[in-house]
Design a protein around this ligand. Structure first.
Ligand SMILES: [Zn+2]
Length: 227
């Protein structure tokens, strides 16, 4: 029963503790030992070199925060004398959270403050902010080749400010989130887009600064009212 509780099949639960607000798990991996040294590439000349308990945060469960202690195996290579930890495919080891928590934070950051998310899952606010910033950078990197014929602009009330959300209506995806919704910001953003000639339609609520920004930068595009 305990094995299924986290729904992470590569981890075996050794122990679970529950308090009013938290679950704490102690786990180890079920994956086989590595077959070669990740530092020098030498095959089968490794030996186990102690374990270290590392804490990773996970999705909240039953309205409680979830922390997973992984008893993480360390290996040492006889060839190059380097040590390294076993791989944890379900974890983001730089941020000390599970990969699925990263996706959850990305979605939640559009609706909640960083502080409230941090409290809900147990990590500090800075971690939430960094994960969100990585996400925005990822979206920005994708902008150039994702420009579509049909652009949408909308707004969200995010962290006490209205932000302009630029969407790809055809592919139903978010292209970018601008920190403000004023005309200058939107003009500056649209001006940097590549292949702007290909945009034929822009769907938006008829809030004047957006309309005016689109008319200035993409005068050939047809504006379609929405929302
Ligand atoms: Zn080695």
């Amino acid at each position: 029963m305990l094995t299924n509780m986290l729904n992470l099949p590569k981890l075996k639960i050794l122990y679970m503790e529950e308090s009013e607000d938290d679950y704490r798990f102690l786990v180890e991996t079920t994956t086989p030992s590595p077959s070669y040294c990740i530092k020098c590439g030498t095959v089968s000349n490794l030996y186990k070199h102690g374990k270290k308990k590392q804490l990773f945060y996970d999705l909240p469960m039953h309205a409680k925060r979830v922390g997973i202690y992984v008893n993480r195996q360390r290996y040492k290579c006889r060839e190059c004398s380097e040590t390294f930890f076993e791989n944890l495919p379900d974890m983001d080891v730089n941020r000390s959270v599970t990969n699925r928590l990263i996706s959850w934070i990305q979605r939640s950051s559009l609706e909640k403050t960083f502080t409230s998310i941090a409290e809900e899952i147990g990590v500090d606010e800075k971690t939430v902010r960094n994960i969100f910033n990585d996400y925005v950078a990822e979206l920005e990197a994708q902008t150039d080749f994702r420009i579509s014929k049909w652009l949408g602009s909308d707004e969200v009330h995010l962290l006490k400010n209205y932000r302009c959300v630029i969407t790809d209506v055809e592919n139903k995806s978010v292209i970018d989130i601008l920190p403000k919704r004023n005309k200058d910001m939107v003009i500056s953003y649209l001006s940097k887009l590549q292949d702007i000639d290909k945009i034929e339609l822009v769907a938006m609520d008829m809030w004047n600064p957006y309309k005016s920004a689109v008319n200035t930068v993409i005068p050939h595009a047809k504006i379609v009212p929405c929302c």
